[in-house]
Design a protein around this ligand. Structure first.
Ligand SMILES: *Cc1c(COP(=O)(O)O)cnc(C)c1O
Length: 375
């Protein structure tokens, strides 16, 4: 049986978790959390990175920092994970869905301007599969209309657009370290902050509305309740797990890219003959092999292929049901313009097994099965 996902393990996770225990500091903002934050800041050239309990929570923090309130509108693709919308819906905002580009499955940047109204407070591009959205266009729109840009870079760590790390381009960037992502701590995430003016509020929101971070740095004598906040900081034991992965981030990335390339090369014959469509990575994007997907002719063919692969011991899965067709999407969202590609393209997409240390032989076997299915 070839699993769809295996959480990344590098070998040092238990050692670091033991260290956290020996340090007698297992709650939030211990040594490992600080190391992870600094690693992201240095590696991605971002002013501030704060480890959080999830990407969902990092996005909630962005919504709080932007003071999103009932009546505000937030633009995002309908083809995304529920968290992208949840974080803003929790603040009472209306979600405005925009169609995706069929080539990258990312928000179609040319349709965003038409969705902007005087209630629009944020644009939330989602870097699907770790392939960057057309960020120059999106940032220009943000500037022109004074709208914040929050990157859902849950899948995007270690990927870049025009040389800039995904997550560091918008006003805020949100990473996920869920076990299904390239780098993991079980459940976890990070909020990336580009501007000084948000840092103090972010630290307060993350620490139950208190200025405890300042207190620990010795900047104040007592800490107190400053604002409405929550508890968005992860345990240092989880950060210890993540640290083992960040230390080997380049190696994990190269390993995944090698596997991605192997799939791509070996499936290109089928794509050339028109049986399937392979992923597209624009020249200005360096991806991180977060996922490998193919597109079948339609939903019916995809269902048959999934069954065929499962019967032969391979777990392949489809992805998001577009949010505008879900009950909550209908309640909290509206679709701007026409759903030309979101539904049809999502019905064609099939994700193949992809994880750190997936074996080449397994990839070859999967390719062989897909070839057998078509030819
Ligand atoms: C995984 C994912 C999330 C949620 O991440 P969590 O860390 O589980 O909260 C949000 N958006 C996208 C696009 C994702 O893939």
């Amino acid at each position: 049986m070839i699993k769809f996902n295996v959480p990344p393990v590098t070998g040092k996770e238990l050692k670091y978790i033991s260290e956290a225990i020996e340090n007698e500091k297992i709650c939030g903002d211990g040594d490992f959390t600080k190391k992870c934050n600094k690693w992201m800041e240095d590696k991605f050239h971002i002013l501030k990175a704060l480890l959080t309990t999830s990407c969902t929570h990092a996005t909630e923090m962005a919504a709080l920092l932007l003071k999103i309130k009932p009546g505000d509108e937030v633009i995002m693709p309908a083809y995304t994970f529920v968290s992208t919308a949840d974080a803003f819906v929790m603040r009472g905002a209306t979600v405005v869905f925009v169609d995706i580009r069929p080539d990258t499955m990312n928000i179609d940047e040319t349709l965003i301007e038409a969705a902007i109204t005087d209630k629009t407070k944020a644009i939330v591009p989602v870097h699907y599969a770790g392939v960057g959205c057309e960020m120059d266009t999106i940032m220009e729109l943000g500037k022109k209309y004074h709208i914040a840009v929050v990157e859902d870079a849950a899948q995007g760590m270690m990927a870049s657009y025009k040389g800039k790390a995904l997550g560091t381009i918008g006003d805020f960037g949100c990473y996920s370290f869920h076990e299904t992502k390239n780098y993991s701590m079980g459940e976890g995430g990070a909020l990336l902050i580009r501007e000084e003016k948000y840092i103090e509020d972010a630290e307060i929101i993350r620490e139950k509305g208190t200025n405890r971070s300042k207190f620990f740095r010795g900047q104040i004598d007592k800490y107190t309740w400053m604002e409405a906040g929550s508890s968005y900081l992860p345990s240092d034991m989880n950060a210890a797990y993540l640290w083992a992965q960040l230390e080997l981030a380049e190696e994990i990335n190269q390993n995944r890219l090698k596997n991605w390339d192997r799939y791509f090369e070996r499936l290109s014959g089928l794509a050339d003959k028109g049986y399937i469509t392979l992923p597209y990575v624009p020249d200005e994007c360096q991806h991180n092999a977060h996922m490998f997907y193919i597109k079948t002719k339609d939903l019916e063919e995809r269902t048959k292929l999934i069954d065929f692969l499962r019967d032969n011991g391979v777990w392949a899965v489809f992805h998001y049901i577009p949010l505008h067709s879900a009950p909550a999407g209908q309640k909290y969202g509206i679709f701007s313009g026409e759903d030309k590609y979101t539904t049809t393209e999502s019905e064609r997409l099939l994700r193949l097994p992809m994880y750190y240390n997936l074996k080449s032989d397994d990839i070859d076997y999967i390719v062989e099965l897909i070839t057998k299915f078509y030819v």
